[in-house]
Ligand binder design. Structure first.
Ligand code: MYA
Length: 459
């Protein structure tokens, strides 16, 4: 029934010919740390090829060349990330791709921008700056393929997402027009400890990369990425994690969004979903109806005094995944303590022992509905971290759906990460049509992971 993934656009970047701004191009190509290698077609062994074999080979080679032309990544081929040509080569070691350099060798001054533009540090605590960032993103950030919806991160959400414990103001980077002061591009990093197998790595999580619609395809994004990389290096951090709807070299995992309809009439009216075959509106409403109140005894909102118990529960749970955050109590307080319209967390407290046995959480990320006369906003909840030890995960998540419905969300979204697969179909989530790819910068994983091996949710 759901035919479409909210918010993640999926498109291939074909090499962009004559539109580069000169300086962007210069900075982008100066980055080369090696020349891209041409892959040779291996000479097939065995019998001498027949004429038709040769014709086929030529055809295959032509197809291969035209394909590789389209999928070349001029920028990403120069970066310490898993390269497509190395896919499946399990002889390469896991871990950092490049060793750290001395801090004194990190470029001290920012990358060049064309003369009309300048870098700024965005102080997101300032009301004015937060408004500017909010508007840039509200008008230019991620849309779906058909341009019907655009993410509309709230200002409170942006502050929460960008100011975790130990954050660096210098990692909240803007580009503005010198003369008008208009903000036209943005990228952010926040520090995070992320465990990959047995190793806890200090990383940056990179997010909110955005270039104003009028400045697209001018190679500004690679300059933004190089500048944030430089500033992360200056803090002696050499790895990063990020997600994107586009395929880049090379995902460590490719996940799918699933959507649980809470408000079927609105979702159908705005074109988020369609009435299924042989379904009427009233049957659809009945299908997605939820109980008025939650069913699990001891299910309640998380409070500040729960932080130590939730941290223990979560750390223990996340230890089973290949890639997961290494949360301490400060992180849990920041990321999971409920904040109105930003993040919601519920737990189950045993009436006998008062132990916290189960936990679920979701964050709030509305989307603007573009060009609909009746509705302007889609209120979406996104599944965050969930742990079940006593309450079955299915029941816990059904209670999460019930509270989301009580609080007027239109849809509840979840990725197929962690153990989510075990409840998605049963709780009437439908698959979206796009993918969310996870990436690590300067850290090689020998083989792509299954979504269920990921214990990490980025915003
Ligand atoms: S994901 C959200 C991304 N934002 C949006 O989708 C919002 C709407 N779109 C835009 O604002 C623009 O289209 C963006 C590209 C800014 C995305 N991640 O300047 P260009 C590559 C990485 O001509 P534009 C998020 O925020 C593209 O493949 N690279 O293109 C996580 C091509 O390179 P290559 C991307 O369309 C961000 C080059 O950029 C992405 O005007 C993680 C073209 O540049 C993308 N989402 O602008 C960033 N999209 O030729 C990486 C395109 O090689 C962080 N490109 O194919 C890496 C870690 C850094 C820190 C390291 C520390 C140690």
């Amino acid at each position: 029934m759901i035919f479409f993934v909210n918010g993640i656009s999926f498109f291939l970047h074909i090499s962009d010919s004559a539109t580069f701004l000169e300086t962007f191009q210069m900075v982008d190509s100066n980055a080369s740390s090696g020349s891209p290698e041409e892959t040779q077609n291996p000479i097939p062994d065995g019998n001498a090829p027949s004429e038709s074999d040769l014709a086929l080979d030529t055809l295959a080679q032509n197809v291969q060349e035209s394909l590789s032309l389209e999928t070349r990544h001029k920028f990403w081929e120069t970066q310490p990330v898993g390269q497509f040509k190395d896919m499946g080569d399990t002889s390469l070691p896991e871990g950092p791709i490049e060793p750290p350099t001395l801090l004194s060798e990190v470029k001290q001054e920012p990358y060049n921008l064309p003369n009309l533009y300048e870098w700024i540090n965005c102080d997101i605590s300032s009301e004015d700056m937060c408004n500017e960032v909010y508007s840039l993103l509200a008008n230019n950030y991620v849309e779906d393929d058909e341009n019907m919806f655009r993410f509309n991160y709230s200002k409170e959400f942006l502050r929460w997402a960008l100011q975790p414990p130990g954050y660096f103001r210098s990692w909240h980077i803007g580009v503005r027009v010198k003369s008008s002061k208009k903000l036209v591009a943005f990228i952010t990093g926040i520090p995070a400890k992320i465990r990959v197998r047995d190793e806890v790595v200090n990383m940056a999580e990179i997010n909110f990369l955005c270039v104003h619609k009028k400045l697209r395809s001018k190679r500004l994004a690679p300059v933004m990425i190089k500048e944030v990389t430089r500033r992360v290096h200056l803090e002696n951090i050499w790895q990063a994690a990020y997600t994107a709807g586009v395929v880049l070299p090379t995902p460590i995992a490719s996940c799918q969004y699933w959507h649980r309809t809470l408000n079927p009439k609105k979702l159908i009216d705005v074109g988020f979903s369609r009435l299924g075959a042989r379904m009427t509106m009233s049957r659809t409403i009945k299908l997605y109806k939820l109980p008025e109140s939650t069913v699990t005894p001891g299910f309640r909102k998380m409070e500040i005094h729960d932080v130590p118990a939730v941290t223990r529960l979560l750390r223990n749970y996340l230890s089973q995944f290949v890639v997961a955050p290494d949360f301490d109590e400060n992180d849990v307080e920041h990321w999971l303590l409920p904040e109105e319209n930003v993040v919601d967390s519920y737990l189950v407290e045993s009436s006998e022992t008062h132990d916290v046995t189960d936990f679920c959480s979701f964050y709030t990320l509305p989307s603007t509905i573009l060009g609909n006369p009746n509705y302007s906003t889609l209120k979406a909840a996104y599944s965050f971290y969930n742990v079940s030890t006593k309450t079955p995960l299915l029941q816990l998540m059904n209670d999460a759906l019930i509270v989301a419905k009580q609080r007027d969300y239109d849809v509840f979204n979840a990725l197929d990460v962690m153990e989510n697969d075990s409840f998605l179909k049963e709780l009437k989530f439908g698959p979206g049509d796009g993918k969310l790819h996870y990436y690590l910068y300067n850290y090689r994983i020998r083989q792509a992971l299954k979504p269920s091996e990921l214990g990490l949710v980025l915003l």
